[in-house]
Write a protein that binds this ligand. Structure first.
Ligand SMILES: Cc1cc2nc3c(=O)[nH]c(=O)nc-3n(C[C@H](O)[C@H](O)[C@H](O)COP(=O)(O)O)c2cc1C
Length: 339
């Protein structure tokens, strides 16, 4: 499978909605990922979970990430995800959140390499698309578990590995120690993707050069800031104008409303207002004004009032990039098909 650039947009729960992924592709990400999808949710055909399998043609190549700890359920979930149109099935062996780890999934699997390998084998045997694994360095601080488990996962069928070299205990504190990424690259003969603290072109270059990784993954730096992806790929550019920022946010709002419905989107979008309008782009008071508003359409009105030039930009963007509704894959499993 060919990925058009060496920049991957990170899977982030509560962030990586379709609007985020499509925008990431437009700004140069070579591969985008869904947030983690519960294999148990897919098994029970939970409506919210099936929402995650809403895939548009222009977000491909797309990895859909699944999590769970039962090999048979993970294999079933992988088959559903692949038939929904995912180009890659990624498995989450890194999530440190208690809700996930207490079920034996996420980073707990790093402490149970036998099970991690059985899951990888079951999933890789279940689908024709590449199966990849994303993991942390280990559970405890200073752990080097990823270096012993990684090669075994490759033997079991993983076609690529993403390493976020923090421990699960660290959550997001401290720094990602990419010397471990370099060690992992030496140990396996599949592409390794380096995740963690890639915030600039200089950092991306340094990590690629010192680790031998095939690609870098960008997460938090891209929240409300697709321009960071372009700057990493193409070099620093002028800061986006207020009109550009407002236009991208309006597009993001409209698409998320289509995806989640106005009521759910209203609450979900609030964190994005701060992310987009920060970086000194708009006054702090405007950010807090918008986060008080529950109706996304009202937020759009205020954005247009604050930056009238955005109206024309949005029209242009909408003409160039039709709404996701128009380009959804029509495959057996979708929010509509459910089957
Ligand atoms: C809000 C949030 C949600 C995340 N959700 C996921 C997830 O669902 N699956 C996953 O593999 N990693 C998840 N991550 C981890 C990121 O993919 C990434 O590895 C991590 O943030 C380090 O990269 P960064 O420094 O570029 O943000 C999440 C991170 C954040 C901040």
């Amino acid at each position: 499978m060919e990925v058009p650039s060496r920049l991957v947009l990170a899977p982030m729960a509560g962030v990586s909605v379709q609007a985020f992924r499509r925008q990431g592709r437009r700004f140069g990400a070579g591969l985008v990922c869904s947030e983690m999808v519960s294999c148990a949710g897919l098994h029970h055909r939970n409506d919210r979970t099936l929402d995650y399998l809403r895939i548009a043609t222009d977000e491909k190549p797309l990895a859909v990430q699944i999590f769970g700890s039962d090999p048979a359920l993970m294999a079933e979930a992988a088959r559903m995800v692949a038939s929904a149109g995912a180009d890659i099935v990624d498995m989450n062996f890194g999530c440190p959140v208690r809700k996930v780890t207490k079920t034996g999934a996420g980073c707990s699997l790093l402490d149970d390499p036998e099970l991690a390998c059985r899951i990888t084998d079951a999933v890789a045997s279940a689908v024709d698309v590449p199966v990849t694994v994303k993991m942390r360095r280990g559970v405890e601080d200073g752990s080097r578990t990823a270096l012993s488990v990684g090669p075994r996962l490759v033997q079991a069928g993983a076609a690529a590995l993403t390493l976020h070299p923090r421990s699960a205990k660290q959550m997001y504190t401290g720094t990602a120690d990419h010397s471990l990424t370099a060690e992992l690259v030496e140990l396996v003969n599949v592409p390794v993707i380096a995740s963690g603290d890639i915030t600039s072109r200089a950092r991306a270059h340094a990590v690629l050069a010192t680790t031998g990784a095939a690609a870098v993954m960008v997460g938090r730096a891209a929240q409300g800031n697709p321009w960071a992806l372009r700057a990493i790929l193409e070099g620093p550019a002028a800061e986006p104008s207020a009109e550009e920022v407002a236009a991208e946010l309006v597009l993001f709002i409209r698409e998320t409303v289509q995806e989640l419905g106005a009521r759910r989107a209203g609450g979900f979008l609030k964190k994005f207002y701060g992310w987009y309008l920060g970086h000194g782009r708009f006054p702090r008071s405007f950010k807090s004004e918008l986060t008080q508003i529950d109706d996304p359409e009202e937020v759009v009105r205020r954005l247009f009032a604050a930056a009238p030039g955005a109206i024309e930009l949005v029209e242009r963007l909408e003409a160039e990039h039709p709404s996701a509704e128009g380009v959804l894959l029509n495959l057996p499993i979708s929010i509509y098909g459910g089957g």
